[in-house]
Design a binder for this molecule. Structure first.
Ligand code: URP
Ligand code: ZN
Ligand code: ZN
Ligand code: ZN
Length: 497
């Protein structure tokens, strides 16, 4: 059993306040938070936190560990990917359950549960849905009962993962019934397919073809389409990896109109622009190939400002880091290039650099977009996402003055590529505490295979508050697409005119 921990002299940061406070941790939980010098724990190990921020561990809402995608297995499994996460201050993540061949959803999920037995930190899953029938609808019900309340739909990857509009319409209503949240990868897959063919025909086969085939408007349109289907079904919506200004503005506009749309952006979107993708060196350019693509500086600045200011709600990674050998499979054509980039270890540092050192946001906002918002949206709050008595002791210490440089030569992820290579960061996670134990001391990991726990998440969370009232209002107003149009009401409406 690990001893109790007594963190003294730090600044405790939650999404709603920053206070100079001490912290007692015991038995995997936060026992007490109190004014400096007020807590008594003679047997606890004392940790000097003076000059440091004490924050909730990061929650990464979007990762691909131990996954098969575009015919390739991701180099990071639940052990290496999570160890990397802990070294970067992330203590919890939600992984995408990608479908297995034959599309057996429950079987696919079981495989991930098995793979996750090697976990070193807490985790949950989103379930990807790629086809539709009675078995799928039934499986969704079973999964919600087991504590999964989020289903992901790809609007891109035509002929592979892409779903139809009809499927979205049906599945969003099923999510509404179950109290679940649909997630969308919003890009118009048909438009991309056409552009890809056009580019290949024109002889553009290099990594830049990937970029050219998926311009921002393709993302913006699909984002709006998903928002529209969510509006009709009166269901909350989570848009993964928002990479462009237009998509962000679609989300912000829907939110202004009262719709519950959550926009997730990525470390790659706020930390990088596309300049290196135009490199004539294949190896350099290929590192940055992901979908939707990393965009121009204009988009980076807009998305970063949106994350700081509230147009976007949180920042994840879409960690799907490949080896350079796997990226080389795309040498013949960008169509064969495994899509995806690293980030699970770098996200907290990139977000700190881009939000805090830029002067755009406060440490509280940093906590909100890296941890608290994720916990709230996915019904893990207040077990996760906050430092208060009773919460899980997933806690990080960040030294705002420590400088370091990101590099593949020192990262813990298994891929040999780091898209943030050479980035200088001021601010470093010098300690990560997971389940009440020090698992990262600023230079070494002390993780235990199997220590990570699956976190069941209840349906009908906070995002569902008030949705019934909205249904009722629509129904009463005879909104044409309302859920309960009754003939008798129509007659009354006609009589009035
Ligand atoms: O390029 C990406 N993003 N790869 C991972 C799969 C996905 O689309 O999220
Ligand atoms: Zn149905
Ligand atoms: Zn995606
Ligand atoms: Zn993804």
């Amino acid at each position: 059993e690990a001893s109790a921990l007594h963190l003294k002299g730090g600044v405790v940061v939650n999404a709603d306040q920053e206070t100079l406070a001490d912290l007692l941790i015991d038995n995997g939980k936060v026992l007490e938070v109190g004014p400096p010098g007020s807590l008594m724990a003679p047997d606890a190990e004392v940790i000097d936190a003076s000059g440091k921020y004490i924050m909730p561990g990061g929650i990464d809402t979007h990762t691909h560990l131990d996954s098969l995608f575009m015919g390739q297995n991701t180099p990071d499994d639940f052990f290496s990917g999570q160890a990397a996460a802990l070294a970067g201050g992330t203590t919890c993540h939600l992984d995408m359950v990608m479908p297995q061949k034959g599309g057996d959803i429950l079987g696919g999920y079981a495989r991930y549960r098995e793979a996750a037995k090697r976990s070193v930190m807490d985790y949950s899953f989103h379930i990807v849905i790629t086809h539709w029938n009675d078995q799928v609808e039934e499986a969704m019900g079973k999964l919600v009962e087991q504590g999964l309340q989020s289903f992901k739909f790809f609007m891109a990857y035509k002929g592979k993962l892409q779903v139809s509009d009809e499927l979205l319409a049906h599945a969003f209503r099923r999510c509404r019934q179950l109290g679940a949240i649909p997630l969308v990868h919003a890009e118009n897959g048909d438009a991309i397919d056409k552009e890809q063919q056009r580019l290949i025909k024109a002889g553009i086969t290099g990594p830049e073809g990937h970029q050219l085939s998926r311009p921002p408007i393709v993302e913006e349109e699909a984002t709006f389409r998903a928002v529209m289907f969510a509006n009709l079904a009166n269901v909350p919506l989570f848009v993964v990896h928002v990479m462009s200004r237009g998509a962000m503005e679609v989300i912000a506009k829907a939110r202004t109109a009262g719709q519950r749309v959550i926009g997730e952006t990525l470390a790659s979107a706020i930390g990088l622009n596309q300049s290196l993708i135009w490199s004539s060196d294949f190896t350099t350019a290929s590192k940055f190939v992901m979908s939707p693509p990393i965009r121009t500086e204009e988009h980076r600045l807009a998305v970063r400002a949106g994350l700081a200011g509230g147009a976007l709600q949180l920042v994840a990674t879409d960690h799907c880091g490949w080896t350079s050998a796997q990226k080389a499979l795309g040498r013949e054509s960008f169509l064969k290039m495994p899509n995806g980039v690293n980030g699970i270890e770098e996200r907290m540092h990139v977000a700190w650099q881009q939000l805090i050192n830029s002067g755009l946001a406060s440490p509280s906002r940093f906590v909100e977009v890296t941890s608290t918002a994720a916990a709230k949206v996915f019904n893990l709050y207040p077990q996760k996402g906050v430092i208060q008595a009773g919460a899980d002791a997933d806690v990080i210490l960040l030294d705002p003055n420590a400088e370091h440089t990101i590099s593949a030569s020192s990262h813990h992820s298994k891929g040999d590529i780091n898209i943030f290579e050479g980035n200088k960061i001021r601010g470093k996670v010098v300690m990560t505490i997971s389940q009440g134990k020090v698992v990262w001391d600023g230079s070494s990991l002390h993780v235990q295979r199997g220590a990570g726990r699956f976190l069941p998440r209840p349906a009908f969370g906070d995002l569902y508050k008030g949705l019934d009232e909205r249904d009722a209002i629509r129904s009463a107003e005879m909104y044409p697409y309302g859920p309960v149009p009754v003939k008798r009401d129509l007659a009354a409406l006609h009589a009035k005119q």
